[in-house]
Design a protein around this ligand. Structure first.
Ligand code: CS2
Length: 489
């Protein structure tokens, strides 16, 4: 049987693909919450590059807030794992050494706050997905009615939620030594740093006003834009990594060659030299984050819902159909781009064409079903922000409405062949119940869900009629024929 990747087998690998330092000797400076595939293929890779360029105490202690699987898997391999980079041009693998430990927070609720409080930690980063923050997407504020938030407020020293955990760590830090800290939100949310700061402060004010004031003064929450397509690992990924390493690696991840990380240069304390891996430190992340959310993520979701309904398992299959490619281009040019002020170093046309190419990466199949999940959390930053801007400016919202209508059709839970769709969403049950019947009833019921559409959008007659028209076409003609019509007209 093939041996597993671990500190004791690492030396067998060629030096070009293993860490340029001794992982066993690396001390931690970062706590990362949510050690899923994206973090391992993105921020951890940048940290690896930073360490190669300038060694320092920047090991990462990962924490998972939910299942113990990832922590067990990584611990069994001493935190080591491979990153397989794949495109039509070829593939390569490297082993990342900077994840030094991974804990399962629910097994010991005081451990993660204690780590956040420890003086050697100078950075806490997070990838807990859009739904992981206890956010009310419509109001951008903390949803105190969420059971885990309400429970944490009753027992703040034994937190279970992301915000409760951060607060407990920051509170402990203030009491223990008060050294400053940077908290880096790396999820696809608008103004993610400012948003996270608001959520943490809202919670802190309920528990301890002195800690809330301390957080204001000593904790920085820079905005970030993160980008790399990282589909869920499959058995084939693991087999390919095993073949290349000659070692079994159950924690391997895979991703595309493209990577981008834009970070607001507003840290409270030191940080790794992430620029060495190509990270951009800028004064204002907003133009980058709008560009990414409104061009990449929205097109990705548009392809996921319409592609899934049209019988495509993967995004590359949908974008290979000329009508889908035409629709995505039109959506980007006519509805997304007019709402953007592009960053000065980015070219709109080149960025859009690069996206079409990235979506078409056949070497890295990305499931429509994976992207389609959690739509109730993803629609507001991906489409509804565009819709609001375009409604206010009197511009068209027809293609955005088609994407939202495709989501409405999808959450009904039955595909075009009458097969069940496994809808994954925190609101799945309500969505599925609301999405039955004729198009105008479905639109009215879903549009009235304030946590998704807010108070304003249900009042827009223009949006409503575009949604009803698109949903009717999807119901009557199916996704492929509807895409053809919308791409042409
Ligand atoms: C995707 C993103 O799953 C999704 O919703 O749109 O994960 C996307 O692949 C990344 O944000 C790319 O950086």
């Amino acid at each position: 049987m093939t041996q597993s990747l671990s500190l004791s087998t690492l030396a067998r690998l060629p030096s070009s693909i293993r860490p340029h330092y001794d992982p066993a000797a690396l001390r931690a400076g970062i706590v990362h919450i949510g050690t899923g595939a994206f973090h391992r293929a993105h921020q951890a890779v940048y940290t690896e590059e930073a360490l190669a360029a300038e060694y320092g105490d920047w090991g990462i202690i990962g924490a998972s807030l939910r299942q113990p699987g990832v922590s067990e898997m990584l611990r069994a391999q001493d935190g080591l794992y491979g990153v397989l980079t794949k495109s039509a041009a070829g593939s390569s693998v490297r082993v990342v050494g900077c994840v030094r430990d991974v804990i399962h927070a629910p097994s010991d609720p005081q451990r993660l706050p204690a780590l956040i409080a420890s003086p050697q930690i100078r950075l806490v980063s997070l990838t807990v997905t859009e739904k992981g923050y206890g956010l009310d997407p419509a109001t951008h504020s903390l949803d105190f009615s969420r059971p885990n938030i309400a429970q944490d407020l009753r027992a703040p020293h034994l937190p279970a939620s992301t915000i409760g955990t951060l607060f407990a760590g920051l509170h402990g830090r203030r009491l223990a030594h008060g050294r400053p800290l940077t908290v880096l939100c790396c999820d696809n949310l608008q103004h993610n740093g400012k948003l996270l700061k608001r959520l943490v402060l809202a919670y802190a004010e309920q528990v301890d006003a002195a800690t809330a004031r301390w957080i204001q003064a000593h904790v920085a929450f820079p905005d970030t834009m993160v980008d790399r397509i990282v589909p869920a690992t499959t058995p084939a990924t693991l087999d390919e990594v095993e073949e290349r390493l000659g070692l079994r690696d159950d924690a391997a991840v895979w991703g595309e060659p493209f990577m981008q990380w834009v970070i607001e240069d507003a840290f409270a304390a030191e940080r790794p030299r992430w620029e060495a891996g190509g990270a951009q430190l800028v004064a204002d992340v907003k133009p980058y984050e709008d560009m990414k959310l409104r061009l990449l993520n929205s097109s990705n979701s548009l392809l996921a819902y319409l592609g899934y309904l049209g019988g495509c398992d993967y995004v590359y299959q949908a974008i290979a159909l000329p009508r889908f490619a035409r629709l995505v281009r039109r959506f980007m040019q006519e509805e997304a781009a007019p709402t953007l002020s592009m960053p000065p170093d980015q070219d709109l046309a080149a960025y859009q064409e690069r996206l079409i190419e990235r979506f078409g990466n056949t070497a890295l199949p990305h499931r429509c079903h994976q992207i389609a999940m959690d739509g109730s959390q993803k629609l507001p930053p991906r489409f509804l922000a565009i819709v609001r801007d375009n409604l206010a400016a009197g511009r068209p919202v027809r293609l955005s409405a088609l994407a939202v209508a495709a989501w409405m059709r999808y959450v009904g839970g039955t595909d075009e062949n009458g097969q069940a769709i496994q809808v994954q969403d925190p609101l799945a049950r309500q969505l599925q119940a609301a999405a039955q019947g004729n198009a105008s009833d479905i639109v009215d019921r879903l549009l009235s869900m304030r946590s998704i559409f807010g108070e304003d959008l249900p009042r827009s007659e223009r949006l409503r009629s575009e949604l009803v028209a698109a949903l009717e076409r999807l119901q009557q003609a199916g996704s492929r024929a509807t895409v053809l019509e919308y791409a042409a007209a």
